[in-house]
Ligand binder design. Sequence first.
Ligand SMILES: [Zn+2]
Length: 204
Amino acid sequence: MTKAHVPEPVESMGLVGGDVSLDFVNTASGRSKGSFQDKLRTYEDLVTWAERAGLAGTSWGSRLRRLAAADPRQAARVLEQARSLRELLFRVFSAHAPSREDLEGLGDTAARAASMRRLSRVDDGFAFAWPQSDQLEQVLWPVALAGAELLVSEERARVKECASDTCDWLFLDRSRNHSRRWCDMSDCGNRAKARRYQARHRHS
Ligand SMILES: [Zn+2]
């Protein structure tokens, strides 16, 4: 029997997807492999993940936590929205032919995210940015937009699922010869290497 994937909490989970939308997908694991694990237990977990993923600074995070504490029902709704978006992204990137409903769902969410952006001045130029907002769902906007942008980019062909029996993390294979098989060489990759070693040992 293979050793189960030990789930890391959102505070220390690996961010190895190579794209923020895939790192978001990886806040859950074991979907098709029989042991579903969800690292997003609360809205606060979602904020912690977003801070670690570099979506915004800690003052933004503290503000969202305060807003969530003041409106726990809305926080719970956005957590459900986050989980739906995450599973949608998983289906879109792990399926060869995503369903029309999923494409429409991602398109709608990304369009809403894009519509909330404003042009602003940065240093010597200009950039799109989300102005400060009280909406708890704002944490999902950069994720949805990144997912849609990845889907229409040439890099979509390089999205892979970890080859481990127990892990279904997605990642962008940026290796030169497209040979990356594991979400993380030091984690799933090492376990596979150890199993191959044991198997050889048994047969010799
Ligand atoms: Zn893995």
